[in-house]
Design a protein around this ligand. Sequence first.
Ligand code: GAP
Length: 437
Amino acid sequence: MAKKIAVDPLMDKLVSLCKRRGFVFQSSEIYGGLGSCWDYGPLGVELKNNIKRSWWEAMTHRRDDIEGLDAAILMHPQVWITSGHVEGFTDPLVDCKKCKHRFRADQIDGKTCPDCGGELTEPRMFNLMFKTFMGPVEEESAVVYMRPETAQGIYVNFLNVLQPSRQKVPFGIAQIGKAFRNEITPGNFIFRTREFEQMEMQFFVHPSEDQKWFDYWKEQRWNWYLEIGIRPEKLRWHEHEKAELAHYAKAAYDIEYEFSFGWKEIEGIHNRTDFDLSRHTKATGKDLSYFDQERNEKYIPYIIETSAGADRSTLVTLVDAYAEEEVKGENRVVLRLSPKIAPIKAAVFPLVKKDGMPEVADKIYHELKRHFKVFYDDGGAVGRRYRRMDEAGTPYCITVDGQTLQDETVTVRDRDTMEQTRNKIGELVGIIGAKVK
Ligand code: GAP
Protein backbone atom coordinates (compact mmCIF):
# COMPACT_ATOMS: atom_id res chain seq x y z
CA MET A 1 0.00 0.00 0.00
CA ALA A 2 1.36 3.40 -0.95
CA LYS A 3 2.26 5.74 1.90
CA LYS A 4 -0.32 8.48 2.36
CA ILE A 5 1.08 11.84 1.46
CA ALA A 6 -0.56 14.76 3.19
CA VAL A 7 -1.75 17.47 0.83
CA ASP A 8 -0.38 20.88 1.71
CA PRO A 9 -1.05 23.24 -1.21
CA LEU A 10 1.06 26.08 0.19
CA MET A 11 4.10 23.89 0.76
CA ASP A 12 3.66 22.27 -2.65
CA LYS A 13 3.67 25.70 -4.29
CA LEU A 14 6.67 26.81 -2.28
CA VAL A 15 8.67 23.68 -3.10
CA SER A 16 7.92 24.21 -6.76
CA LEU A 17 8.85 27.91 -6.64
CA CYS A 18 12.10 27.01 -4.86
CA LYS A 19 13.01 24.61 -7.63
CA ARG A 20 11.88 26.93 -10.46
CA ARG A 21 13.80 29.93 -9.19
CA GLY A 22 16.86 28.10 -7.92
CA PHE A 23 16.40 28.28 -4.14
CA VAL A 24 16.36 24.61 -3.14
CA PHE A 25 16.69 21.32 -5.03
CA GLN A 26 16.33 17.73 -3.94
CA SER A 27 19.72 16.19 -3.23
CA SER A 28 20.99 13.82 -5.95
CA GLU A 29 17.83 14.53 -7.92
CA ILE A 30 18.97 12.84 -11.15
CA TYR A 31 19.36 9.62 -9.13
CA GLY A 32 15.83 9.91 -7.80
CA GLY A 33 16.76 11.98 -4.74
CA LEU A 34 17.97 11.06 -1.26
CA GLY A 35 15.43 11.06 1.55
CA SER A 36 15.15 14.43 3.28
CA CYS A 37 18.41 15.84 1.94
CA TRP A 38 18.28 19.14 0.04
CA ASP A 39 20.71 21.31 -1.92
CA TYR A 40 20.65 25.09 -1.92
CA GLY A 41 20.79 26.64 -5.39
CA PRO A 42 22.07 30.10 -6.41
CA LEU A 43 19.29 32.06 -4.70
CA GLY A 44 18.97 29.68 -1.75
CA VAL A 45 22.61 29.90 -0.80
CA GLU A 46 22.43 33.71 -0.87
CA LEU A 47 19.31 33.74 1.30
CA LYS A 48 20.70 31.25 3.80
CA ASN A 49 24.05 33.05 3.94
CA ASN A 50 22.27 36.35 4.59
CA ILE A 51 20.33 34.74 7.43
CA LYS A 52 23.48 33.25 8.93
CA ARG A 53 25.27 36.59 8.57
CA SER A 54 22.40 38.40 10.28
CA TRP A 55 22.54 35.91 13.16
CA TRP A 56 26.34 36.14 13.40
CA GLU A 57 26.25 39.94 13.48
CA ALA A 58 23.51 40.04 16.10
CA MET A 59 25.18 37.39 18.26
CA THR A 60 28.86 38.33 17.93
CA HIS A 61 29.87 41.51 16.04
CA ARG A 62 27.31 43.77 17.67
CA ARG A 63 28.27 42.60 21.17
CA ASP A 64 31.36 42.52 23.35
CA ASP A 65 30.45 39.47 25.38
CA ILE A 66 30.23 36.68 22.77
CA GLU A 67 33.10 35.00 20.91
CA GLY A 68 32.86 32.93 17.75
CA LEU A 69 33.99 29.34 17.19
CA ASP A 70 34.01 26.79 14.37
CA ALA A 71 34.59 23.33 15.81
CA ALA A 72 35.00 20.10 13.84
CA ILE A 73 31.96 17.96 13.05
CA LEU A 74 33.75 14.80 14.16
CA MET A 75 34.65 14.73 17.84
CA HIS A 76 36.15 12.21 20.22
CA PRO A 77 33.47 9.50 20.59
CA GLN A 78 33.67 9.74 24.37
CA VAL A 79 32.17 13.27 24.09
CA TRP A 80 28.83 11.75 23.09
CA ILE A 81 28.90 9.25 25.94
CA THR A 82 29.66 12.03 28.42
CA SER A 83 27.01 14.33 26.96
CA GLY A 84 24.36 11.66 27.37
CA HIS A 85 23.65 11.35 23.66
CA VAL A 86 24.76 7.72 23.27
CA GLU A 87 22.36 6.72 26.01
CA GLY A 88 19.63 9.30 25.81
CA PHE A 89 19.38 10.83 22.34
CA THR A 90 16.73 8.41 21.23
CA ASP A 91 13.21 8.39 19.87
CA PRO A 92 10.66 5.62 20.51
CA LEU A 93 10.05 3.79 17.26
CA VAL A 94 7.15 1.53 16.23
CA ASP A 95 6.71 -0.50 13.04
CA CYS A 96 3.46 -1.53 11.41
CA LYS A 97 3.40 -5.33 11.19
CA LYS A 98 1.26 -5.15 8.05
CA CYS A 99 2.51 -2.31 5.80
CA LYS A 100 5.96 -2.08 7.47
CA HIS A 101 5.74 1.71 7.80
CA ARG A 102 7.69 3.19 10.66
CA PHE A 103 6.54 5.90 13.07
CA ARG A 104 7.67 7.80 16.13
CA ALA A 105 5.51 6.38 18.89
CA ASP A 106 5.18 9.80 20.55
CA GLN A 107 3.80 11.33 17.35
CA ILE A 108 0.89 8.99 16.71
CA ASP A 109 -2.19 8.22 18.75
CA GLY A 110 -3.40 4.75 19.51
CA LYS A 111 -2.20 1.25 18.80
CA THR A 112 -3.03 0.89 15.10
CA CYS A 113 -1.14 2.09 12.05
CA PRO A 114 -2.33 5.53 10.82
CA ASP A 115 -1.61 4.43 7.23
CA CYS A 116 -3.33 1.01 6.99
CA GLY A 117 -4.85 0.30 10.41
CA GLY A 118 -2.44 -2.60 10.96
CA GLU A 119 -1.07 -3.69 14.33
CA LEU A 120 2.03 -1.91 15.62
CA THR A 121 5.08 -3.42 17.31
CA GLU A 122 6.03 -2.45 20.86
CA PRO A 123 8.10 0.79 20.89
CA ARG A 124 11.87 0.38 20.86
CA MET A 125 14.40 3.11 21.40
CA PHE A 126 16.26 4.26 18.33
CA ASN A 127 19.43 6.40 18.60
CA LEU A 128 19.40 9.36 16.24
CA MET A 129 23.16 9.72 15.85
CA PHE A 130 24.82 8.78 12.57
CA LYS A 131 27.90 6.63 13.02
CA THR A 132 30.89 6.28 10.79
CA PHE A 133 34.42 4.87 11.09
CA MET A 134 37.66 6.75 11.47
CA GLY A 135 40.66 5.20 9.73
CA PRO A 136 40.77 2.21 7.39
CA VAL A 137 39.31 -0.46 9.67
CA GLU A 138 35.56 -0.66 10.16
CA GLU A 139 35.48 -1.94 13.72
CA GLU A 140 33.72 -0.91 16.92
CA SER A 141 36.81 0.84 18.31
CA ALA A 142 36.98 3.09 15.22
CA VAL A 143 33.40 4.41 15.54
CA VAL A 144 32.94 8.16 15.46
CA TYR A 145 29.66 10.09 15.39
CA MET A 146 28.45 12.86 13.13
CA ARG A 147 27.61 15.53 15.71
CA PRO A 148 23.86 15.79 16.42
CA GLU A 149 24.29 19.31 17.85
CA THR A 150 27.08 21.87 17.57
CA ALA A 151 26.89 22.69 21.29
CA GLN A 152 29.38 20.05 22.48
CA GLY A 153 32.13 21.60 20.33
CA ILE A 154 31.64 24.75 22.41
CA TYR A 155 31.70 23.03 25.81
CA VAL A 156 34.92 21.12 25.16
CA ASN A 157 36.53 24.40 24.04
CA PHE A 158 35.31 26.42 27.03
CA LEU A 159 38.81 26.97 28.45
CA ASN A 160 40.44 27.35 25.01
CA VAL A 161 38.16 30.28 24.24
CA LEU A 162 38.08 31.77 27.73
CA GLN A 163 41.84 32.18 28.07
CA PRO A 164 42.87 34.01 24.88
CA SER A 165 39.70 36.11 24.68
CA ARG A 166 40.04 37.27 28.33
CA GLN A 167 36.28 37.17 28.67
CA LYS A 168 34.69 37.05 32.10
CA VAL A 169 31.50 35.27 33.11
CA PRO A 170 28.85 36.17 32.00
CA PHE A 171 29.93 35.63 28.40
CA GLY A 172 29.03 33.43 25.46
CA ILE A 173 30.41 31.38 22.57
CA ALA A 174 28.58 31.24 19.24
CA GLN A 175 28.87 28.78 16.41
CA ILE A 176 27.21 28.00 13.08
CA GLY A 177 27.67 24.54 11.64
CA LYS A 178 26.24 21.33 10.30
CA ALA A 179 24.56 18.77 12.51
CA PHE A 180 23.19 15.34 11.63
CA ARG A 181 20.29 13.32 12.98
CA ASN A 182 18.93 10.08 11.65
CA GLU A 183 15.35 11.34 12.04
CA ILE A 184 12.65 8.67 11.87
CA THR A 185 10.09 11.01 10.38
CA PRO A 186 11.84 13.77 8.45
CA GLY A 187 9.75 15.90 6.19
CA ASN A 188 7.99 19.09 5.34
CA PHE A 189 10.66 20.14 2.89
CA ILE A 190 13.65 21.67 4.73
CA PHE A 191 11.80 21.76 8.08
CA ARG A 192 13.11 18.43 9.37
CA THR A 193 16.05 16.92 7.54
CA ARG A 194 18.80 14.48 8.41
CA GLU A 195 21.59 16.91 7.60
CA PHE A 196 21.02 20.49 8.70
CA GLU A 197 22.75 23.57 10.00
CA GLN A 198 22.47 24.97 13.50
CA MET A 199 23.18 28.46 14.79
CA GLU A 200 23.91 27.93 18.47
CA MET A 201 25.11 30.14 21.28
CA GLN A 202 26.08 29.02 24.76
CA PHE A 203 26.04 31.73 27.43
CA PHE A 204 27.98 30.99 30.63
CA VAL A 205 26.54 32.56 33.79
CA HIS A 206 26.76 32.43 37.57
CA PRO A 207 24.27 29.77 38.77
CA SER A 208 22.31 32.36 40.78
CA GLU A 209 21.71 34.42 37.62
CA ASP A 210 20.35 31.70 35.34
CA GLN A 211 16.76 32.93 35.35
CA LYS A 212 17.75 36.52 34.61
CA TRP A 213 19.79 35.49 31.57
CA PHE A 214 17.22 32.96 30.45
CA ASP A 215 14.62 35.76 30.29
CA TYR A 216 17.09 38.08 28.60
CA TRP A 217 17.94 35.59 25.86
CA LYS A 218 14.29 34.73 25.26
CA GLU A 219 13.64 38.37 24.45
CA GLN A 220 16.75 38.78 22.29
CA ARG A 221 16.01 35.75 20.19
CA TRP A 222 12.36 36.64 19.67
CA ASN A 223 13.42 40.07 18.44
CA TRP A 224 15.86 38.58 15.93
CA TYR A 225 12.99 36.95 14.03
CA LEU A 226 11.31 40.35 13.81
CA GLU A 227 14.60 41.80 12.58
CA ILE A 228 14.70 39.36 9.65
CA GLY A 229 11.15 40.37 8.78
CA ILE A 230 8.96 37.61 10.28
CA ARG A 231 5.41 38.71 11.16
CA PRO A 232 5.06 38.66 14.97
CA GLU A 233 1.50 37.28 14.85
CA LYS A 234 2.94 34.09 13.33
CA LEU A 235 5.24 33.52 16.33
CA ARG A 236 4.49 32.20 19.80
CA TRP A 237 6.21 30.64 22.81
CA HIS A 238 5.93 27.03 23.84
CA GLU A 239 7.13 26.07 27.30
CA HIS A 240 8.39 22.51 27.67
CA GLU A 241 6.68 20.49 30.36
CA LYS A 242 8.81 18.24 32.55
CA ALA A 243 8.23 15.16 30.38
CA GLU A 244 9.21 17.02 27.21
CA LEU A 245 12.51 18.38 28.50
CA ALA A 246 15.72 17.14 26.85
CA HIS A 247 18.01 15.10 29.09
CA TYR A 248 20.24 18.14 29.77
CA ALA A 249 17.65 20.85 30.40
CA LYS A 250 16.16 22.35 33.55
CA ALA A 251 13.88 24.67 31.57
CA ALA A 252 13.18 25.14 27.88
CA TYR A 253 11.08 27.43 25.74
CA ASP A 254 10.62 27.05 22.01
CA ILE A 255 9.88 29.85 19.61
CA GLU A 256 7.21 28.40 17.34
CA TYR A 257 6.03 29.54 13.94
CA GLU A 258 2.59 28.90 12.49
CA PHE A 259 3.28 26.87 9.34
CA SER A 260 0.53 25.51 7.10
CA PHE A 261 1.28 22.16 8.80
CA GLY A 262 0.79 23.59 12.30
CA TRP A 263 2.68 25.49 15.00
CA LYS A 264 6.23 24.13 15.01
CA GLU A 265 9.49 24.78 16.83
CA ILE A 266 12.02 26.97 15.07
CA GLU A 267 14.37 27.66 17.97
CA GLY A 268 14.93 26.44 21.51
CA ILE A 269 16.17 28.45 24.48
CA HIS A 270 17.43 26.08 27.15
CA ASN A 271 18.75 26.30 30.67
CA ARG A 272 21.31 23.47 30.57
CA THR A 273 22.55 24.22 34.12
CA ASP A 274 26.06 22.94 34.82
CA PHE A 275 25.13 19.57 33.31
CA ASP A 276 27.53 19.61 30.37
CA LEU A 277 30.59 21.24 31.94
CA SER A 278 30.26 19.07 35.07
CA ARG A 279 30.00 15.89 33.04
CA HIS A 280 33.01 16.81 30.87
CA THR A 281 35.02 17.71 33.97
CA LYS A 282 34.21 14.35 35.53
CA ALA A 283 34.95 12.38 32.37
CA THR A 284 38.27 14.03 31.53
CA GLY A 285 39.63 15.15 34.89
CA LYS A 286 40.09 18.63 33.33
CA ASP A 287 38.70 21.25 35.64
CA LEU A 288 36.14 23.27 33.67
CA SER A 289 35.19 25.43 36.62
CA TYR A 290 35.65 29.19 36.59
CA PHE A 291 37.25 31.42 39.19
CA ASP A 292 35.15 34.57 39.47
CA GLN A 293 37.45 37.32 40.76
CA GLU A 294 34.66 39.77 41.47
CA ARG A 295 32.81 37.27 43.63
CA ASN A 296 36.00 35.58 44.85
CA GLU A 297 34.28 32.30 44.12
CA LYS A 298 34.99 29.19 42.07
CA TYR A 299 32.06 27.52 40.34
CA ILE A 300 30.96 25.61 37.27
CA PRO A 301 28.99 28.12 35.20
CA TYR A 302 25.39 27.46 34.23
CA ILE A 303 24.68 27.56 30.53
CA ILE A 304 21.82 29.33 28.81
CA GLU A 305 21.68 28.00 25.27
CA THR A 306 19.98 29.52 22.25
CA SER A 307 19.68 26.96 19.47
CA ALA A 308 18.27 27.87 16.08
CA GLY A 309 18.23 26.03 12.76
CA ALA A 310 19.61 27.86 9.72
CA ASP A 311 17.49 25.74 7.38
CA ARG A 312 14.37 26.18 9.49
CA SER A 313 14.95 29.93 9.63
CA THR A 314 15.33 29.90 5.85
CA LEU A 315 12.05 28.01 5.52
CA VAL A 316 10.32 30.43 7.87
CA THR A 317 11.45 33.43 5.83
CA LEU A 318 10.21 31.78 2.61
CA VAL A 319 6.86 30.70 4.03
CA ASP A 320 6.29 34.03 5.73
CA ALA A 321 7.18 35.96 2.57
CA TYR A 322 5.14 33.91 0.10
CA ALA A 323 2.10 35.72 -1.29
CA GLU A 324 -0.21 35.38 -4.26
CA GLU A 325 -2.26 38.30 -5.45
CA GLU A 326 -4.27 39.38 -8.41
CA VAL A 327 -2.88 42.32 -10.34
CA LYS A 328 -4.84 43.61 -13.31
CA GLY A 329 -6.54 40.27 -13.77
CA GLU A 330 -3.28 38.32 -13.55
CA ASN A 331 -1.99 36.16 -10.74
CA ARG A 332 1.23 37.48 -9.21
CA VAL A 333 3.44 35.35 -6.95
CA VAL A 334 5.74 37.40 -4.78
CA LEU A 335 8.23 36.70 -2.02
CA ARG A 336 8.06 39.66 0.33
CA LEU A 337 11.45 38.91 1.89
CA SER A 338 12.97 41.61 4.04
CA PRO A 339 15.42 43.55 1.81
CA LYS A 340 18.07 42.76 4.44
CA ILE A 341 18.00 39.04 3.66
CA ALA A 342 16.73 39.00 0.06
CA PRO A 343 19.19 37.06 -2.15
CA ILE A 344 19.27 39.72 -4.88
CA LYS A 345 18.92 43.31 -3.74
CA ALA A 346 18.20 44.91 -7.11
CA ALA A 347 17.76 43.95 -10.75
CA VAL A 348 18.77 46.19 -13.64
CA PHE A 349 16.84 46.12 -16.91
CA PRO A 350 17.26 47.98 -20.17
CA LEU A 351 13.69 48.58 -21.35
CA VAL A 352 14.65 47.45 -24.86
CA LYS A 353 17.81 45.94 -26.33
CA LYS A 354 18.64 48.96 -28.47
CA ASP A 355 19.14 52.74 -28.53
CA GLY A 356 22.11 52.55 -26.17
CA MET A 357 19.95 51.35 -23.25
CA PRO A 358 21.86 48.07 -22.66
CA GLU A 359 25.15 49.98 -22.40
CA VAL A 360 23.78 52.35 -19.73
CA ALA A 361 22.11 49.47 -17.85
CA ASP A 362 25.34 47.49 -17.93
CA LYS A 363 27.24 50.42 -16.45
CA ILE A 364 24.70 50.80 -13.63
CA TYR A 365 24.84 47.05 -12.99
CA HIS A 366 28.62 47.09 -12.62
CA GLU A 367 28.53 50.10 -10.33
CA LEU A 368 25.87 48.60 -8.01
CA LYS A 369 27.59 45.21 -8.00
CA ARG A 370 30.44 46.74 -6.01
CA HIS A 371 28.01 47.38 -3.14
CA PHE A 372 25.48 44.55 -3.10
CA LYS A 373 24.17 41.57 -5.06
CA VAL A 374 22.49 42.70 -8.26
CA PHE A 375 21.15 40.92 -11.31
CA TYR A 376 21.11 42.00 -14.96
CA ASP A 377 18.21 40.91 -17.15
CA ASP A 378 17.42 41.94 -20.69
CA GLY A 379 15.35 38.88 -21.63
CA GLY A 380 11.71 39.25 -22.65
CA ALA A 381 9.02 41.82 -21.92
CA VAL A 382 9.74 44.03 -18.93
CA GLY A 383 6.55 42.85 -17.19
CA ARG A 384 7.83 39.26 -17.31
CA ARG A 385 11.17 40.38 -15.93
CA TYR A 386 9.37 42.07 -13.01
CA ARG A 387 7.42 38.87 -12.30
CA ARG A 388 10.59 36.78 -12.25
CA MET A 389 12.15 39.17 -9.75
CA ASP A 390 8.95 39.15 -7.64
CA GLU A 391 9.28 35.39 -7.34
CA ALA A 392 12.94 35.72 -6.43
CA GLY A 393 12.05 38.22 -3.70
CA THR A 394 14.13 41.03 -5.25
CA PRO A 395 12.99 44.25 -3.56
CA TYR A 396 13.97 46.72 -6.32
CA CYS A 397 13.98 46.70 -10.11
CA ILE A 398 15.75 49.48 -11.96
CA THR A 399 14.75 50.17 -15.55
CA VAL A 400 16.72 52.17 -18.07
CA ASP A 401 14.35 53.74 -20.61
CA GLY A 402 14.22 56.49 -23.23
CA GLN A 403 14.21 59.24 -20.62
CA THR A 404 17.42 57.89 -19.04
CA LEU A 405 19.32 58.88 -22.15
CA GLN A 406 18.02 62.45 -21.78
CA ASP A 407 18.36 63.16 -18.06
CA GLU A 408 20.31 60.31 -16.41
CA THR A 409 17.31 59.12 -14.39
CA VAL A 410 15.90 55.59 -14.14
CA THR A 411 12.72 54.10 -12.71
CA VAL A 412 12.98 52.20 -9.43
CA ARG A 413 10.10 49.78 -8.93
CA ASP A 414 9.23 48.63 -5.44
CA ARG A 415 8.44 44.89 -5.28
CA ASP A 416 5.69 45.22 -2.67
CA THR A 417 3.80 48.32 -3.76
CA MET A 418 4.76 47.95 -7.44
CA GLU A 419 5.09 51.74 -7.48
CA GLN A 420 7.77 53.30 -9.61
CA THR A 421 9.75 56.41 -8.79
CA ARG A 422 12.29 58.24 -10.95
CA ASN A 423 15.71 58.65 -9.47
CA LYS A 424 19.08 59.95 -10.56
CA ILE A 425 21.52 57.17 -11.46
CA GLY A 426 24.07 58.68 -9.07
CA GLU A 427 21.66 58.30 -6.12
CA LEU A 428 20.91 54.58 -6.58
CA VAL A 429 23.67 53.21 -4.34
CA GLY A 430 22.54 55.46 -1.48
CA ILE A 431 18.80 54.86 -1.89
CA ILE A 432 18.95 51.08 -2.24
CA GLY A 433 21.94 50.62 0.06
CA ALA A 434 20.06 52.26 2.94
CA LYS A 435 17.20 49.77 2.62
CA VAL A 436 19.17 46.55 2.20
CA LYS A 437 21.93 46.97 4.80
N1 GAP B 1 21.78 22.02 21.24
C1 GAP B 1 20.40 21.95 21.48
C2 GAP B 1 19.66 21.42 20.36
O1 GAP B 1 20.21 20.89 19.43
P1 GAP B 1 17.20 21.03 19.50
O2 GAP B 1 15.91 21.60 20.03
O3 GAP B 1 17.31 19.56 19.37
O4 GAP B 1 18.31 21.60 20.49
C3 GAP B 1 17.65 23.09 18.01
O5 GAP B 1 17.52 21.70 18.11
C4 GAP B 1 17.19 23.60 16.67
O6 GAP B 1 17.87 22.93 15.61
C5 GAP B 1 15.72 23.38 16.37
O7 GAP B 1 14.90 24.39 16.93
C6 GAP B 1 15.70 23.43 14.84
O8 GAP B 1 15.65 24.77 14.39
C7 GAP B 1 17.03 22.80 14.48
N2 GAP B 1 16.85 21.38 14.15
C8 GAP B 1 16.84 20.33 15.01
N3 GAP B 1 16.63 19.18 14.35
C9 GAP B 1 16.50 19.50 13.05
C10 GAP B 1 16.27 18.75 11.84
N4 GAP B 1 16.17 17.42 11.86
N5 GAP B 1 16.18 19.42 10.67
C11 GAP B 1 16.29 20.77 10.63
N6 GAP B 1 16.52 21.52 11.72
C12 GAP B 1 16.62 20.91 12.91
